[in-house]
Design a protein around this ligand. Structure first.
Ligand SMILES: Nc1ncnc2c1ncn2[C@@H]1O[C@H](COP(=O)(O)OP(=O)(O)OP(=O)(O)O)[C@@H](O)[C@H]1O
Length: 362
């Protein structure tokens, strides 16, 4: 049995995770991380105070010790600055993945170990297993609709070794049932939306708070002007909604297929395979980290370029220390610099990295 610090977000998954750990006989404490306060006058509703109340109520109901940990400065340095810098430079950052590596299993895990805890638990839908060589591995969550292993793809062996994901062994309805069985006040709470810690604030409003609009033309792939945009940083490759250009073709939408940074032009094309720039087969992935064995030779694995996409077969070839080239068997839609690529072998998460260069456009 272990001494465990569980991250209580005020949501149902982490509440149930805490209850499960107690049932399993672990010595459990709960902690709410204060990572973000709506102190900068951001527009939108940031319900962190409600979440903190809910986390406290859950801890009381379960009869466990509860702490509030102020990580606002680290969050600003490690996540907000990365996010703003990423958007400023025109890439598509993924704060949720970095949050797990830098905050929950970074600063928060360090704190927990210092305080004498052996493990940090979260409500993530992923499964942790011990391998025969003594290492810890991550498998996809038992609920295929809820699997969150993609968000854990930049975790290191040290981090996984000290992690626990009790909710990941169950289907979502079973997790709610655990919360109900323990009469937890979060049992019926709806799932949170929006990015990690920024709560319900819309990403667009968040970005606008830091980066001024920079309007320019929207053009098609031939250069014909279709409309105006508010700033290239507000758009992502493959984006279908929000660019404001209606399609004159029945059943065929305009999507973002490129950004002409030099001329501040947003390029739209048809959402189909033949549109230049929309589909690509190869990419260079940087900042690669692996959980178990390194990518030290060419190998066949599956790569998942986005949270809600499928892991697709590809070949990985090492290029340097933390850099690999990948070649998908089939061209993939809207690969974008900054996005996270998670690597799998069957149901096991191998690691992840950041799309740096997209090549082999078709
Ligand atoms: N502010 C926080 N304080 C402590 N732990 C947190 C906090 N935010 C998230 N976590 C932990 O990280 C896990 C995943 O976070 P995410 O924001 O994806 O929540 P979720 O999947 O909606 O889960 P939940 O229902 O527990 O909120 C949570 O289950 C929780 O254990």
């Amino acid at each position: 049995m272990a001494k465990v610090l569980v991250g209580l977000s005020g949501g149902v998954d982490s509440s149930a995770a805490a209850a499960l750990l107690i049932e399993q006989g672990h010595e459990v404490s709960g902690a709410f991380m204060k990572n973000w306060i709506n102190a900068e006058g951001l527009p939108g509703d940031c319900p962190w105070e409600q979440d903190l109340d809910d986390a406290l109520a859950v801890a009381r109901k379960l009869g466990i010790e509860f702490r509030v940990i102020d990580l606002i400065d680290q969050y600003k340095q490690r996540i907000v600055d990365y996010l703003v810098e990423g958007y400023r430079s025109g890439i598509t950052p993924n704060p949720d993945v970095w949050c797990n590596r830098e905050m929950k299993f970074g600063v928060f895990l360090d704190y927990a170990l210092e305080q004498g805890f052996e493990r940090v638990a979260t409500g993530h839908y992923a499964r942790r297993r011990e391998l025969s060589n003594g290492q810890a591995a991550i498998l996809k969550g038992a609920d295929p609709n809820k699997d969150q292993s993609y968000f854990l793809s930049l975790m290191t062996q040290h981090q996984v070794a000290h992690a626990m994901f009790p909710a990941g062994e169950m289907l979502k309805p079973e997790v709610r049932e655990v919360a109900r069985r323990h009469d937890l006040p979060t049992a019926g709470k709806k799932d949170s939306q929006g990015i990690c810690f920024i709560g319900e604030i819309k990403m667009r409003d968040f970005i606008r708070h830091y980066i001024p609009d920079s309007p320019g033309d929207i053009v098609d792939t031939e250069g014909k002007v279709l409309g105006r945009h508010d700033g290239l940083h507000l758009y992502t490759l493959g984006q279908r909604k929000g660019h404001g250009v209606a399609s004159p073709r029945d059943g065929m939408a305009y999507v973002v297929v490129g950004k002409d940074l030099a001329n501040n032009r947003l390029i739209l094309g048809w959402d189909e395979g033949v549109t230049p720039g929309l589909y690509a087969r190869q990419a260079v992935i940087g900042s690669v980290s692996t959980i178990n064995e390194p990518f030290d030779r060419a190998m066949r694995v599956e790569a998942q370029p986005r949270y809600r996409s499928k892991a697709e077969p590809c070949r990985v070839t090492p290029l340097g220390d933390d850099c690999v080239q990948i070649e998908f068997e089939k061209p993939q839609r809207a690969l974008a610099a900054g996005q996270i690529c998670a690597f799998y072998e069957g149901g096991r998460l191998l690691g992840g990295g950041v799309f740096e260069k997209i090549e082999g456009a078709v």
